[in-house]
Design a binder for this molecule. Structure first.
Ligand code: FES
Length: 191
């Protein structure tokens, strides 16, 4: 049975901690970082509005999937100050953040589906690297895992700065992408 009765409108740090499952020290950190706020009683005790539980849950779940605090703060900044956010307020936040979340989901799916093949990182440690990134030619384009970061993220050549770099690949982008996705392809079997 939670100590914070559901009818309570303001929570102590201990009550917020217990119901949210987040340590008081972490709540203080969130407050210092401007992610949540509290008022002080006449005895200088912190009190949090009940809606802070939703903010803390939002922060924790976002952190769990690897979203930086700065991005979480940017999203929460879209909520109103000084009043409990309405459903419409959360919808506004959600709509603005959807594109960013979609991009993260796309990156995670790409990572899941392609991490066993050559990702163009310059290590040249897999058999498929000879086909996809011979002599680390992709390194001339720039830093990072070029296949994951750029080539598989280029649905429209000419955008995202990946059009010029396509000529550096030994295969066309479509061919490369299909090889990486096909477990029976020569590229995949060379891994
Ligand atoms: S996996 Fe690193 S260059 Fe191929």
């Amino acid at each position: 049975m939670p100590t914070a009765d559901w009818k309570i409108k303001e929570l102590t740090p201990g009550q917020l901690s217990e119901r949210s499952g987040v340590a008081v020290s972490a709540l203080h950190f969130y407050e210092r970082e401007g992610l949540i706020s509290s008022r002080r009683t006449s005895g200088n005790q912190r009190r949090y509005t009940r809606e802070t539980l939703r903010r803390v849950a939002f922060i924790r779940i976002s952190q769990r999937v690897g979203i930086p605090l700065s991005d979480i703060r940017g999203a929460l900044d879209r909520l109103p100050e000084g009043r409990t956010p309405t459903r419409r307020d959360w919808e506004t936040l959600s709509t603005a953040w959807r594109e960013d979340l979609d991009e993260r989901i796309t990156q995670l799916v790409r990572l899941r589906d392609n991490l066993t093949g050559c990702i163009g990182c310059g290590c040249l440690s897999l058999g498929s690297c000879k086909l996809v990134n011979e002599y680390d030619r992709l390194g001339a384009e720039g830093p990072g895992a070029r296949v994951l970061d750029v080539h598989l993220n280029c649905p429209e050549p000419g955008r995202n700065g990946c059009d010029d770099s396509l000529s550096a690949l030994p295969e066309s982008r479509d061919s490369l992408c299909s090889q990486l996705a096909d477990p029976d392809s020569p590229t995949a079997s060379a891994c």
